[in-house]
Design a protein around this ligand. Structure first.
Ligand code: NAD
Length: 412
């Protein structure tokens, strides 16, 4: 890998959920970290949280007191962008708003040294639109950490259209130094992981309206081996994140598939953090308890939308959710958003709780046999419509007797 960039001094903008985890991971990897938030209270609370995290690790015997002290000493809160002039790399983790991120990148571009790398932790925004406001688009990229960033191993390094190979190499080396499972992804809505998740979750939400319950959908996928079903996952992540994003974007609120989520959020049921979401939680416990009120709410939403419910078995749930994941994964491979099927598998194993024994969604698909899988997709297309059209790559691989694992750079 190139050593053109020697990253020693890093800055993090934003001291919220993600900023905190990122700062912990950087300091733990031995990097000096400057930390800036426009709300000084947020940086103060962030410092207290990271100090507490290390104190807990000392108490559990995971690290020595001297190491905790050294980590904390590497973190320096700053008040102004001028203080960041010597940073080698900046990771921005402020609210998910393109206008806000562009304003920050303009400021960073005009205050940081010429060879500094500028990264955004955005989950969904267009990296090229952020890079475009700077005079150094080849030094801009996405560093998509997962929550909590000091616990989750996955890091998607998002390549913009103009990101230089040396900058990509430097970012990958930094991720490895932080102990992350690094996967390079192309720039598209949701990158690799969240783009595939959107297809999977859309199917889960349809199944809910068509006749299943949250408990049944989660149970069927957990029986397959997923660490968590999609509705339990939403309770952990917080239903309000997407709900607020829909409100801020001013579109998507009317989509039939999000009406159950909207109704839960309108009741203040944001998930684990509010004690209620798709499930009910007793204080101090993370155990997801069944809530018949949610089943009744699902029934009512389906009725209001005019959906005729029918009995749905667990096999149909697994078939539709897993094949949605695989078909989107094949499109991602075809479009070279992922370089190879193993990269997609690593994203799902390390960031989304896909069962290790199944090897990841693409490996699982190869094991099933692509011709069988193609026939299953065509059957779903006949039953439910065009969104099930199989990826062109799958059709080509079946015709040529090849596997997803044979694909490199979009071709087998
Ligand atoms: P958050 O709301 O917890 O924190 C955002 C922080 O940004 C706040 O402390 C706020 O004071 C600060 N901020 C706002 N405007 C600022 C400005 N002009 N200058 C400096 N600081 C400013 O948000 P979060 O959950 O940490 O998310 C941050 C980013 O990470 C978003 O882009 C989000 O999409 C992405 N992300 C979030 C998750 C997640 O699960 N929370 C996962 C992956 C990526």
């Amino acid at each position: 890998m190139s050593t053109l960039y020697n990253i020693q001094q890093v800055a993090v903008i934003g001291a919220g959920t993600m900023g905190r985890g990122i700062v912990i991971s950087l300091a733990r990897a031995g990097l000096a970290v400057q930390w800036l938030d426009n709300d000084p209270g947020a940086t103060e609370a962030g410092l207290a949280m990271i100090a507490q995290t290390w104190a807990q690790q000392v108490a559990k015997g995971r690290i020595a007191q001297a190491e905790a002290d050294a980590c904390l000493a590497r973190v320096h809160p700053v008040m102004a962008y001028d203080d960041l002039a010597a940073a080698d790399l900046v990771i921005e983790a402020v609210y998910e708003s393109l206008a806000l991120k562009q304003a920050i990148f303009r400021t960073l571009d005009s205050t940081l040294k010429a060879d500094a790398i500028l990264a955004s932790n955005t989950s969904a925004l267009d990296i090229d639109a952020i890079a475009a406001v700077t005079r150094r688009p080849e030094q801009v990229l996405g560093l998509h950490f997962f929550s909590p960033a000091h616990v989750m191993r996955l890091l998607e390094v998002v390549r913009g259209a103009r990101t230089s190979p040396a900058v990509l190499d430097a970012a990958q080396a930094l991720g490895q130094r932080m102990g992350k499972e690094v996967v390079v992804a192309g720039n598209c809505p949701g990158f690799i992981g969240n783009r595939m998740l959107a297809s999977y979750v859309a199917e889960a939400r349809k199944l809910l309206l068509e006749g299943a319950t949250p408990r049944q959908v989660d149970g069927a996928l957990q029986a397959f081996g997923m660490a968590m079903g999609p509705f339990r996952m939403y309770d952990v992540v917080g239903l309000d994140l997407e709900w607020r994003a829909r409100q801020l974007a001013g579109n998507g609120m009317d989509a039939p598939l999000v009406q159950v989520d909207n109704a839960l959020c309108a009741l203040g049921r944001f998930g684990q953090k509010s004690g209620q979401g798709y499930y009910r939680y007793t204080p101090g416990s993370r155990e997801a308890g069944h809530d018949p009120e949610v089943d009744a709410l699902v029934l009512k939403v389906a009725q209001d939308l005019g959906v005729r419910r029918r009995p749905i078995d667990d096999e149909e749930i697994r078939e539709r959710c897993l094949l949605a994941l695989v078909n989107e994964g094949a499109k991602i491979l075809e479009e070279t958003v992922a370089g190879c099927s193993t990269d997609i598998d690593r994203v799902y194993l390390h960031g989304y709780g896909f069962p290790h024994q199944a090897g990841g969604p693409m490996h699982w698909a190869d094991q099933q046999g692509l011709s069988l899988l193609l026939a299953r997709l065509e059957r779903l297309q006949g039953l439910f419509g065009e969104h099930w059209r199989p990826a062109g790559l799958l059709m080509r691989l079946v015709a040529e007797g090849k596997r997803l694992a044979d694909v490199r750079g979009g071709r087998a």
